[in-house]
Design a protein around this ligand. Sequence first.
Ligand code: IMP
Ligand code: MG
Length: 186
Amino acid sequence: MLQPADVAHLMGGRKVARIVYQPSAIAARVDELGEEIRQAYPDGELLVLGLLKGSFIFVSDLVRAIERPLQVDFIVASSYGSEKVSSGNVRLVYDPETRLEGKHILLVEDIIDSGRTLNRLVELLGARKPKSLEICALLDKGLADGVLSKQARFLGFRAPNEFLVGYGLDHAEDFRHLPFVASLAE
Ligand code: IMP
Ligand code: MG
């Protein structure tokens, strides 16, 4: 098991308060999610649509665990600057070129916090007449339960209400490359 002291050389001086999800725990859960997703889509075209940048590592692991034909694309929505709180301002910066109509769309998100980003995306993507639209999130802080127009059908972990970094998640663009998820010390 990795301890905060073991990863100090990755952190550029910031301290890890604790490692919340170890690489092995993430890998095991991603494999389970891949199997859940395979079973949920017995037929039809599946497009896994990753929300950049935060989902890039999760998507790359997840698609390799989904043992069925599928396509991958990404969408870029921007809602956070370097702030730790959601602005609620969701901007689509890159729109997938793939046709969504008639396909099963699985929108993959790194973490659900206020849920604002997802609500806006569900509205935008739903308008393109997919065959179905579901959400897969690695983490959910459980704060958006009454707010989300659509819950995550596939969820990695119920996360603690702490600011988390690693495995794609950043703080001001740092720490995305960590192979674990950690909370930062103040
Ligand atoms: P929401 O719109 O408030 O649900 O914010 C979702 C987005 O905010 C995520 O896709 C992340 O990019 C970012 N975010 C929310 N919570 C965290 C966190 O704990 N660490 C890093 N990024 C976060
Ligand atoms: Mg971010």
